[in-house]
Write a protein that binds this ligand. Structure first.
Ligand code: SF4
Ligand code: SF4
Length: 226
């Protein structure tokens, strides 16, 4: 198994472990505010005005007012920590951008007001063929082939010059300035933010699992249903 596949496999394994630990931690916080002597589960249908229904409301309030804010604060800290790392100019992110959307689909999204699609299309143009993209980052394309069933489209930026430098660096768009803004995105080892990603990955995975778990609770607690 090559390094990239290995690191994805490790990330999935870590995520499973972190997810289970987070399930326990959130359940404990829910149980801590459960009224004494209340029989029943957080997903039960309690009568209106009962202590059971009040518990469900308190749990939802805790998600909104405490846990969501904790997630946001931690995520902001992770992104601020990124400032300690710097682009090394390997040009991979300019030379190979992947999207689940075809150029036509991106056009449609942009016409419908999708801001990211609009910015993306002002920067990137599609490769003429997959084999052209393969020359840039062959391990990554191989990994996508093995793990993603849906089609993936490959793009590059024509502003990258022959010396692998941005020819309009001072005016580069915002999505170039903030890249990589997701600590869970796949980065090549040549990327100056690779170490940042490695360091913050466990916390980012935990935050991701918290979002998934509270979304699950919110969809299943009867109080939230119309
Ligand atoms: S505009 Fe510059 S920084 Fe942005 S993708 Fe193109 S070459 Fe890279
Ligand atoms: S992949 Fe990382 S190091 Fe390479 S150009 Fe992009 S941000 Fe810079």
């Amino acid at each position: 198994m090559d390094d990239l596949s290995q690191s994805i496999t490790n990330m999935r394994k870590k995520y499973r472990e972190i997810f289970l630990t987070t399930v326990d931690a959130i359940k404990q916080r829910i149980d801590e505010i459960k009224p004494e002597n209340l029989d029943g589960d957080i997903f039960d249908n309690f009568e209106s005005g009962t202590s059971g229904e009040n518990w469900q409301k308190a749990v939802l309030k805790m998600f909104e007012e405490d846990i969501s804010k904790e997630i946001f604060k931690k995520w902001t800290e992770i992104l601020a920590y990124r400032k300690n790392f710097h682009c090394k100019g390997c040009a991979t992110c300019c030379n190979l951008a992947c999207s689940e959307f075809s150029p036509e689909e991106l056009q449609k999204k942009a016409q419908n007001g999708d801001n990211f699609a609009t910015q993306f299309l002002t920067i990137f143009v599609p490769y003429n063929s997959k084999s052209e993209a393969e020359k840039i980052y062959p391990e990554y394309i191989k990994l996508l082939d093995e793990t993603v069933e849906e089609p993936v489209y490959f793009y590059h930026c024509p502003k990258l010059n022959e010396c692998k430098r941005c020819s309009d660096y001072e005016n580069r768009p915002n999505i170039c300035r903030v890249f990589p803004d997701n600590p869970l995105s796949i980065l090549p080892e040549s990327c100056g933010y690779y170490e940042w990603r490695q360091e913050v990955e466990p916390v980012a995975l935990m935050l991701h699992s918290m979002v998934e778990i509270i979304d699950y609770y919110k969809s299943k607690i009867p109080n939230t249903k119309e």
